[in-house]
Design a binder for this molecule. Structure first.
Ligand SMILES: *Cc1c(COP(=O)(O)O)cnc(C)c1O
Length: 435
């Protein structure tokens, strides 16, 4: 239920004219849901019903010369990214673990990755018994090249799991040149960059393997799901065999020829994690919608950016010209703010219907854990990342929001940043809405 709240309830009996005016003008509150995605397109619902009616949900359960929905999805996603090969799997996290296995990363081996990322990324590294080595984060939320080079040399790591966290692409040309010179192979975690590109090259097509998620909060939605793309026939065949293809790999269409499988089929373990035809049917019509979704997300993002520009105390993340991004979320930083002040801001915005997530909270909340919380990894000290995450605010941007919603959200955040940021003392309790 949406309420209009008095602006300063603690000053219910204002003594000043200014205070009186504040009481008379009511505070606006946002009423939308930050976790409500768009419905599955009708074409996807119809295709899903046809799969359900046929009962053939398993990808290798086909009648006659029928081509499975999963095989068609792989073909279509390969075409969308321009990759030669594609494998559909159970989740984005599974895709990343498969990529590491396909590259034959050994247990105990160091794997470089972003310190600022989501838990399934170090989780994928840990799942194969390898060791995550975290790399510092720049104030623009991308990987720090100097630290990457130093850590690659210090550890001898041969693989970088590059996470385009929250859709921020680093300079991919420089990154690839650096990794090539270091002999480091790059897996791209494109959970937030499906449909994005750097200098015209799609995200996921710079490294040797690209991994995507089709989980509900990403750019196409099948509840759970993952996609792997590569141009390397050996890696593609390994990913197909790893996903649990038994000896049915010839049913894959966006896959290399049988001769590549012949050499590998008895050596690569079946680590069951296939996608099913139901999810593939739901996803196929969404690929064609990605470009339109990107435009709509950009429109929301630009409204927020404009509404928050020149807000004292708040830093927007610059977006490089070479980057085409998909703005399924929005970030800004509050450099040098004390934790109590940020906690107060988050509480105040929440009271006005705006759900902000803070990466600097002492304990992980929801999806926002950070590297120091991942105790299965060797402990590391990353002062630059600590500084950035201490002031990092993150917000979901579902496509169910209108540009008017985005403008209202920006007004609320701006007003609260100015008021909380300039308040001299900010005891959290005194800032609760009081009703
Ligand atoms: C969601 C996400 C993943 C993992 O995807 P799942 O499909 O949920 O396993 C990986 N990396 C990032 C950055 C993500 O946000």
């Amino acid at each position: 239920m949406c309420r209009t709240l008095p602006q300063h309830p603690r000053r219910a009996k204002p003594l000043t004219l200014g205070g009186l005016r504040l009481i008379l003008s009511r505070m606006e509150t946002f009423c939308g849901s930050f976790t409500q995605q768009e419905p599955i397109p009708e074409a996807g619902i119809e295709a899903a019903m046809a799969v359900l009616r046929g009962g053939r949900l398993h990808r290798y359960n086909t009648a006659g010369d029928e081509i499975a929905q999963t095989a068609l999805l792989e073909e279509e996603f390969a075409a969308f990214t321009g990759a030669r090969y594609c494998v559909a799997v159970a989740s984005g996290g599974y895709a990343m673990a498969s990529a590491l296995r396909a590259l034959q990363v050994c247990p105990g081996a160091p794997v470089l990755t972003n310190a600022f990322t989501l838990a399934p990324v170090p989780g994928a590294i840990a799942s194969i018994g390898a060791r995550p080595v975290f790399i510092e984060t720049t104030p623009d939320l991308t990987i720090d090249f100097d630290h990457l080079e130093a850590m690659a040399r210090a550890t001898g790591a041969q693989v970088l799991m590059l996470s385009h966290m929250r859709g921020h692409l680093c300079d991919m040309d420089r990154l690839m040149a650096l990794c090539d010179s270091l002999g480091v192979r790059v897996i791209e975690d494109c959970a937030h960059t499906m449909g994005a590109s750097w200098n015209g090259v799609p995200s996921g097509r710079h490294g040797v393997i690209g991994c995507y998620s089709t989980q509900t909060y990403k750019h196409i939605n099948s509840g759970e799901g993952g996609l792997i793309v590569t141009d390397d026939p050996g890696l593609a065949a390994r990913c197909v065999l790893l996903s649990g293809s038994y000896m049915l790999y010839p049913r894959h269409r966006a896959a290399p020829g049988p001769e590549v499988f012949e050499a590998l089929r008895l050596d690569v373990p079946n680590i069951s994690g296939r996608m099913d035809n139901l999810r593939a049917a739901i996803l196929r019509p969404q690929i064609a919608l990605l470009e339109d979704r990107r435009h709509r997300w950009t429109a929301l993002y630009r409204v927020l950016e404009q509404g928050l520009a020149q807000t004292q105390g708040l830093r927007l993340i610059p977006r490089p010209e070479a980057e085409v991004f998909v703005a399924s979320s929005f970030q800004f930083t509050l450099p040098e703010w004390e934790p109590a002040r940020i906690a107060a801001l988050v509480a105040r915005c929440l009271a006005r219907g705006v759900e902000l997530k803070w990466f600097g909270a002492p304990d992980p909340v929801g999806f926002t854990s950070r590297y120091a919380h991942w105790r299965y990894a060797d402990p590391q000290v990353l002062p630059q990342t600590d500084r950035v995450l201490a002031g990092l605010i993150d917000m979901r941007l579902p496509l169910t929001f209108s540009t008017a919603d985005a403008a209202q959200i920006a007004r609320i955040i701006r007003a609260e940043v100015l008021s909380v940021g300039q308040a001299e003392v900010v005891p959290v309790a005194a800032l609760s809405m009081g009703d």
